[in-house]
Design a binder for this molecule. Sequence first.
Ligand SMILES: Nc1ncnc2c1ncn2[C@@H]1O[C@H](COP(=O)(O)OP(=O)(O)OP(=O)(O)O)[C@@H](O)[C@H]1O
Ligand SMILES: [Mg+2]
Length: 227
Amino acid sequence: MNEPIIECKDLTKTFSSGAEVLRILDHADFMLERENICTILGPSGSGKSTFLAILGSLERFDSGTVRVDGYDLHMVPEKSLSVFRRNVVGFVFQFHFLLNDFTALENVALPGYMAGISRADAWEKATKLLDLVGLENRAHHYPSQLSGGERQRVAIARALINGPTIVLADEPTGNLDAASAEEVRSLLQRLPDVAKTTLVLVTHDSALATIGNTSHLLKGGHFECIK
Ligand SMILES: Nc1ncnc2c1ncn2[C@@H]1O[C@H](COP(=O)(O)OP(=O)(O)OP(=O)(O)O)[C@@H](O)[C@H]1O
Ligand SMILES: [Mg+2]
């Protein structure tokens, strides 16, 4: 096996709700190689979104180790975590979260300016990314002028603007009709090749679930490798 880009060992995550403690991850292990696609399946409430949030350092964990592209997430100070969130991981959610008052191009470029790229460079990168997701002729459209599948492809382009090594996608086709879901599926499948990213994909969509090189079932706080 090549050096893993994601490696979790003995990972435990609990939530307290009143007197009750919910043990979402219970000494779980997980590993993923670079530039692969891994799908994560599991019943509703099993902790899939929580796990993605931990990998993206949006959520803390109780114990164990989580290494993501060389960052040991328990040890990294908060200041470096913001660099990690901006430059190492890209997020794609079920809802696109595009800003309605900005064009597709501006939506893609914005996290680039926020990371300190010059305006000209961010526009140039955003233009290339819209081309990559097949939306070069929609650059000046506002989200309300795009189809659901197009909006989600803009959101994927936005996730790539700072050159992340990992894309974390949580039910990215959950709000889409079958044809739009197919556009998004074929784009996500190409990401490791065209954007040199590793993709961790949570999905209930059986067609989308087939794109993983590996697949893990999260159940009872553990991952079971099913592919
Ligand atoms: N901040 C929180 N405080 C308390 N409990 C939480 C919190 N966030 C999530 N949970 C609980 O943790 C469990 C796992 O939630 P999570 O959203 O990760 O599940 P999921 O596998 O993504 O489910 P779904 O398939 O429905 O999206 C759920 O029982 C949820 O209610
Ligand atoms: Mg979820």
